[in-house]
Design a protein around this ligand. Structure first.
Ligand SMILES: [Zn+2]
Length: 142
């Protein structure tokens, strides 16, 4: 995820994200989902008078087209909030945040909208063509 979005989450939820080692390993399109989840978890912890430092997220990433969130401690309400965010990620384009679907085209499961998926496949084909040209020894002119 873009650095300014990452820093905004670190800034607004310093305790929740104090143990993050690798940043948010997902596309910018899921930023709003993660922000809403962060607010939900913070509210749950506060309203139940739980110790905030016991609830820290160590990893946020995309896996098989879904958002994954690893948290040090949990309860039913937090589990529900995470589950809802995962459901939401499955129908939200990871790249642009627009309405998306799970797509497995190109052998990779992604939550993507139609235009972002088309663009991704076009870039992949372009890369494959360049690779072929390199392989066959022809000179590449950009
Ligand atoms: Zn998109």
């Amino acid at each position: 995820m873009r650095d300014d979005l990452t820093q905004a989450l670190y800034h607004d939820f310093p305790v929740l994200y104090k143990c993050m080692s690798w940043g948010f390993q997902n596309g910018d399109g899921w930023y709003e989902i993660i922000r809403r989840l962060s607010i939900s978890i913070s509210n749950i912890v506060a309203s139940a008078s739980l110790e905030p430092s016991e609830f820290t997220v160590s990893e946020v990433k995309e896996k098989f087209g879904l958002l994954r969130v690893y948290i040090s401690n949990t309860n039913n309400a937090i589990q529900d909030a995470i589950y809802q965010s995962v459901q939401e990620s499955s129908r939200t384009c990871e790249k642009c945040g627009g309405p998306g679907v799970q797509s497995a085209r190109g052998g990779w499961i992604r939550a993507s909208c139609e235009p972002c998926e088309a663009e991704r496949l076009r870039i992949r084909q372009e890369q494959a063509r360049r690779y072929d040209r390199r392989d066959s020894g022809t000179v590449e002119i950009e």
